[in-house]
Design a protein around this ligand. Structure first.
Ligand code: FDA
Length: 306
């Protein structure tokens, strides 16, 4: 119930406008968001890189409604790609299609993201297209496929699959068949029972089955979860099948299970942290509270302590 409440609040425009402007809101968001500026996220990236952990940088923002907003979002990503190359960071970028104009002009979004993938290819880095709610799934897969086959982009663009959707096993085969890199996550949006497993246990079972499929596919994949029981199942599977650590990487969110991130990196596994930044932090932050409502108490306690 609390999960649904926080997901609904994540879409509330008034609360969003108020929170993003308030000092209190910005301070609270600091637990999961690296800061407001490009310099903030680059500094956070350098910090995690020093611990032997890679990063994917996310300029927060979703659902823009004008071409200039979409191009403005893309411009931030061009600056990030330049900085990754010039500072030799162990990093790539993650973006959302709704942030690039997908809601009002899909052709514009494709052009803008195509330019970013061109740039990432020249800079020898990678663009991950995050997966949003199920009304974006098909369009996101199709766009990723078109970009992957054009302009020497092979291996420089990939997307995300969500284990809570019934369709995901088929989508995984579809992408693997083309050598497209997949990040596997459980899924963070509110979906109806016609499309997604309502019970967490079913989502977890599907996650493990997909994880094993991806890890043995020969296509590099991202195992994105903080679920230690699943991480342990992955470690046991790697041992059982004698998989090379280079076949996959673990991925986790900035500020969540830092202990586990460091432990896995020390054991020699690839670990990548998703580092979001920017003034439009509200929907991202609320989805993190939805995943773990106990975070509200944790954040408030820390706030009043400091
Ligand atoms: P689960 O929610 O079952 O939690 C397992 C354990 O992890 C918890 O018991 C707790 O210990 C810890 N934990 C999880 N969330 C926490 C939180 N917010 N705060 C503190 N502890 C927490 N989703 C999506 O729909 N599209 C996308 O593109 C992405 N991209 C993405 C990238 C990366 C790198 C990650 C790690 C995740 C995503 N997600 C996502 C989010 C994902 O779908 C999912 O909502 C969260 O990862 C939470 O699920 P877990 O797998 O961590 O397990």
């Amino acid at each position: 119930m609390l999960r649904s409440l926080f997901i609904s609040l994540s879409q509330n425009k008034q609360l969003r406008a108020f929170s993003e402007r308030s000092k209190f809101g910005r301070q609270m968001s600091g637990r999961f968001v690296a800061g407001m500026s490009i310099e903030d996220v680059l500094a956070a990236c350098e910090r995690v890189n020093r611990e032997g952990i890679a990063a994917t940088l996310d300029a927060l923002g979703e659902s823009v409604s004008t071409e200039s907003e979409a191009r403005g979002s893309a411009d931030v990503y061009h600056q990030l790609i330049d900085a990754i190359a010039s500072r030799k960071l162990n990093a790539n970028v993650s973006l959302k299609l709704s942030q690039m104009g997908m809601d009002f002009d899909p052709a514009l979004a494709e052009t803008i993201v195509g330019e970013l993938v061109d740039h990432a290819t020249q800079a020898n880095t990678f663009v991950r297209i995050d997966m949003e709610g199920s009304n974006y799934t098909e369009a996101t897969l199709a766009l990723t496929e078109r970009l992957h086959t054009s302009n020497g982009h092979h291996g420089h663009v990939g997307t995300v699959l969500q284990a809570y959707l019934y369709r995901t096993a088929a989508d995984a085969e579809r992408l693997l068949g083309q050598g497209i890199r997949i990040r596997l996550c459980k899924g963070a949006y509110k979906e109806p029972p016609e499309l997604a497993w309502p019970q967490k246990q079913d989502v977890d079972t599907n996650y493990v089955s997909l994880m094993k499929r991806l890890a043995t596919s020969g296509v590099f994949c991202g195992i994105a979860t903080h679920d230690e029981a699943i991480v342990n199942q992955m470690l046991a599977f790697v041992k059982e099948r004698r998989l090379q650590p280079s076949a996959f990487e673990f991925q986790m969110l900035y500020g969540i299970r830092r202990d586990l991130q460091r432990k896995l990196a020390k054991q020699g596994f690839g670990v990548r942290v998703y580092i979001p930044f920017g003034p439009e932090w509200y929907p991202y932050f609320m989805r993190r509270l939805a995943e773990r409502p106990a975070n509200v108490i944790f954040l408030l306690r820390n706030f009043f302590k400091s």
